[in-house]
Design a protein around this ligand. Structure first.
Ligand code: FES
Length: 252
């Protein structure tokens, strides 16, 4: 983990508030694993003071790609960054996904949760690991990363809450049927993660999930990102953000 300066190569608005930011960051690209994140200082100004965590969504030759949605002041400032600009980031941070040998990986993504799973899809593609994806969003315009999945040859099924594309309903409906021989890798809203936990338990299949949390320090110092787990609390930034499906207790 290092503090590095990264320059902006491309920065593209994808619609529905989503942006794809490609950064030249050779040290991070070399070290990062799917599921890990970078902690980004979004502005040179004093405000906002805190860094923001972003999952690495793709890795290139000396580059990393972030896929994020504008949700507040920090991400709005980030969205204004132009190619040639520079930002400082800390990373790679946190734990990563582990592809379980002998089991087809099923990527379960909800909304912006697609970001770390695209990097996992890339790793599966690079290593020849079998993989499929189910991806959900509120509406068709908010389904991002579909071109990446196509480029990586990942069979994918889609769901939208309003029925504007794919299955009309929760993405977890697409997991009905046998999951024998598979492992689940999930990132998305808490309700989706709880359903994935339930399905995995019912069918006795393993899996991992990536949690989102507000992070002040990103390195385990402030204790502000605690999540409930069996046997106590864990820090999302250092113990996670990727956890075994059975390890965390999802409230609600
Ligand atoms: Fe400070 Fe996790 S963000 S401990």
């Amino acid at each position: 983990m290092e503090l590095v300066g990264a320059s902006v190569l491309t920065h593209e608005a994808l619609g529905a508030g989503y942006h794809r930011l490609v950064l030249a960051a050779p040290e991070v690209a070399l070290q990062c694993r799917p599921g890990q994140f970078v902690h980004v200082r979004v502005s040179e100004d004093r405000y906002p003071l805190l860094r923001r965590p972003f999952s690495v969504a793709r890795r290139g030759d000396g580059t990393i790609t972030l896929l994020y949605r504008v949700v507040g002041k920090g991400t709005a400032l980030l969205a204004g960054l132009r190619p040639g600009g520079c930002l400082d980031l800390l990373g790679p941070l946190g734990s990563g996904f582990e592809l379980l040998p002998g089991r087809r990986a099923v990527l379960v993504a909800g909304g912006a949760g697609i970001a770390p799973l695209l990097f996992l899809a890339q790793l599966a593609w690079e290593t020849g690991h079998p993989v499929r994806a189910v991806v959900g969003a509120a509406q068709a315009a908010e389904l991002v990363g579909t071109a990446d999945l196509g480029e990586l040859g990942v069979p994918a099924a889609y769901a939208t809450d309003d029925g504007s594309l794919g299955h009309h309903g929760p993405v977890t409906d697409l997991l009905e049927g046998s999951l024998a021989g598979e492992a689940l890798y999930a990132c998305g809203p808490p309700a989706m993660l709880r359903k994935v936990q339930t399905l995995a338990r019912e069918q006795a299949v393993p899996g991992q999930l990536s949690l989102e949390a507000s992070m002040a320090c990103g390195v385990g110092a402030c204790r502000g990102c605690a999540c409930r787990a069996h046997g106590g609390y864990r820090m999302v930034c250092t113990d996670g953000p990727v956890f075994d499906l059975e390890e965390v207790v999802l409230d609600g």
